[in-house]
Design a protein around this ligand. Structure first.
Ligand code: 5GP
Ligand code: MG
Length: 178
């Protein structure tokens, strides 16, 4: 059986803190005093969402959504809503907050879905970005830290439900096993 090693720190707690503050300052500059509905995508983005909103200076409504994506062999994929928003976003400024963009599939589907609800604006913010893995044309308006093609955990991100509580972002590697 494989064992998981998460001892390699890729992004430190200190670097994450600086990223959160910088990202929030860009959002504050763009929105001024306009109300913003912040939509955290569960589960991975709960830590980033909690940190980010505490640096935002406009009136903020925090909401969460949980989706699961399945991309089959065909180009048409399916996005299932496991938990929908509690607020109506029609005519509102909306900011989707993600933990990480990988292939971009989840966000592409989510963006299309939320645009149908006619928000005033819809922007995307991600803590981490793996642009080299992108197979869908989608970019974040606010992309915190670009990371290489490695599987990371910590700061809300999990491996099989574990490690979300790590303060640093660490690389998962498999050790041993038979
Ligand atoms: P995408 O649809 O962009 O391929 O997938 C995005 C989702 O895949 C993220 O929201 C996250 O849940 C998961 N994911 C992608 N890369 C990683 C990673 O390195 N670590 C973890 N823990 N999850 C990842
Ligand atoms: Mg996710």
């Amino acid at each position: 059986m494989d064992n998981v090693d998460v001892s390699e720190i890729l992004v430190s707690e200190k670097e994450i803190k600086a990223m959160v503050e910088h990202t929030a300052s860009l959002i504050n500059k763009d929105f001024g005093d306009e109300e913003l509905i912040v939509v955290g995508i569960l589960t991975g983005s709960y830590v980033f969402t909690a940190d980010l909103v505490r640096h935002l200076t406009m009136p903020v409504i925090v909401d969460f959504m949980q989706v699961s994506s399945y991309q089959g062999q065909t180009s048409t994929g399916v996005l299932t809503i496991k938990k929908d928003l509690s607020f109506d976003i029609t005519g509102k400024n909306v900011l989707i907050v993600e933990d990480i963009i990988d292939t971009g599939y989840t966000l592409k589907c989510l963006k299309e879905m939320l645009l149908k609800r006619n928000p005033k604006s819809l922007k995307i913010c991600t803590a981490f970005d793996k642009p080299t893995r992108r197979t869908n044309t989608i970019e974040a308006d606010y992309a915190g830290i670009v990371i290489p093609d490695k599987f990371i955990v910590g700061y809300g991100l999990d491996y099989d439900g574990e490690y979300r509580n790590l303060k640093d972002v660490c690389v998962v590697s498999m050790v041993g096993g038979n």
